[in-house]
Design a protein. Structure first.
Length: 273
C-alpha cells in the first residue's frame, strides 16, 4: 500500500462507512456509505471536516507534518461535538497503515505519548519566546532612517463654552472592611505566566483525551471481533446440528435391518435348520 493512500472503514448503525485519502499536502477525501459515494473533497486542512446532510459528518485529522491521525464519524445532530472534536465514533484504519501504527503506539506507550505531546506544547511556548527575542534583537541593531513627513498646519479650534452642570449629592454607602487575604505565591506566579503555562496544560489534557479515545476504540474493536467469532461459531454449530439427523437415520436403518434378520432367523431355528 502506498504511503500516500490512507483508508479507514467501519460499520456504524448498520451502515458501512469507507474513507480513502490520497495526497500529502493537498489531499483528496472520498467518503462512501454502503458502497455509494457520499462526498468527495480536496483540501490542505489538517483538520478536514466532511459534511453530508444525509449521513452526518467526518472529522479527519492529520499532524502538522502530514501524518494521518484519525477519522471520526459524527451522526446528524452532533454538530457541536464535531466542531470541538469530542465524541463521535472513530473509524478503523487499514492494518499496516501509518494511522494504524500511530494508534498502536498510543495504546502501547501512553505515558511516552503524553510526554511527547506535553513537550511539544512547551516547545511551542519556548519557540515563540525565542522568536520574539530574536526579532527584538534584530530591530535593536537596525537603524531605521528618519523620515520627515510634511504635515499640514491645522487651524486652532475655538473654545466652546460649556455649561455649568449642577452638583448631584450622591449618597455615601458604608462598605464593610474586607479581610486581607494572602494569595499563595504559586498562584500569583501562575497568574502572571498563564499565557505560557496554558498551552502546556492544554497539550497534556488533549493527550490524555486522545489516549482514552484510542483505548475505547481498541476495546470496541475487540468486542466486535469477539462477537463476530461467536456468530461464526454459532453458525457452524447450527450446520452440525442440521447434519446430525442423517447419522441418526442411518443408525435407525441399521437397527431395523438387524431386527429383520433376527425375525427371519427365528423360523429357521424352529425348523431345526
Amino acid at each position: 500500500m502506498s504511503k500516500k493512500v490512507q483508508i479507514w472503514s467501519r460499520t456504524i448503525s448498520g451502515h458501512t462507512h469507507h474513507l480513502e485519502v490520497t495526497g500529502e499536502i493537498i489531499r483528496t477525501f472520498v467518503w462512501t456509505v454502503d458502497g455509494e459515494e457520499a462526498l468527495t473533497r480536496k483540501t490542505a486542512d489538517d483538520r478536514a471536516r466532511l459534511e453530508s446532510n444525509a449521513h452526518g459528518s467526518l472529522l479527519v485529522i492529520h499532524s502538522g507534518l502530514g501524518t494521518p491521525r484519525r477519522a471520526t464519524y459524527f451522526a446528524p445532530g452532533e454538530d457541536l461535538a464535531g466542531m470541538t472534536g469530542i465524541g463521535g465514533v472513530d473509524l478503523t484504519p487499514e492494518p499496516g497503515s501509518r494511522a494504524a501504527a500511530y494508534e498502536r503506539r498510543v495504546i502501547d506507550h501512553p505515558k511516552r505519548y503524553a510526554l511527547i505531546e506535553t513537550l511539544g506544547g512547551a516547545a511551542g511556548v519556548v519557540g515563540g519566546i525565542v522568536a520574539a527575542m530574536v526579532v527584538g534583537w534584530i530591530l535593536a541593531r537596525v537603524s531605521l532612517p528618519d523620515i520627515d513627513l510634511p504635515l499640514p498646519n491645522l487651524p486652532d479650534l475655538p473654545d466652546l463654552p460649556l455649561p455649568d452642570l449642577p452638583s448631584i449629592p450622591w449618597p455615601s454607602i458604608p462598605w464593610p472592611d474586607l479581610p486581607n487575604v494572602q494569595v499563595p505565591e504559586w498562584v500569583t506566579w501562575v497568574a502572571n505566566h498563564l499565557k505560557y503555562v496554558w498551552p502546556v496544560i492544554l497539550a497534556f489534557v488533549l493527550a490524555q483525551g486522545e489516549i482514552k479515545r484510542r483505548r475505547k476504540h481498541a476495546e470496541q474493536a475487540a468486542l466486535a471481533e469477539t462477537a463476530e467469532v461467536a456468530a461464526e461459531t454459532a453458525e457452524t454449530g447450527d450446520e452440525t446440528r442440521l447434519s446430525s439427523p442423517t447419522t441418526t437415520d442411518s443408525a435407525a436403518t441399521t437397527e431395523d435391518s438387524a431386527a429383520t434378520g433376527a425375525d427371519s432367523a427365528e423360523p429357521g431355528q424352529r425348523r431345526g435348520l
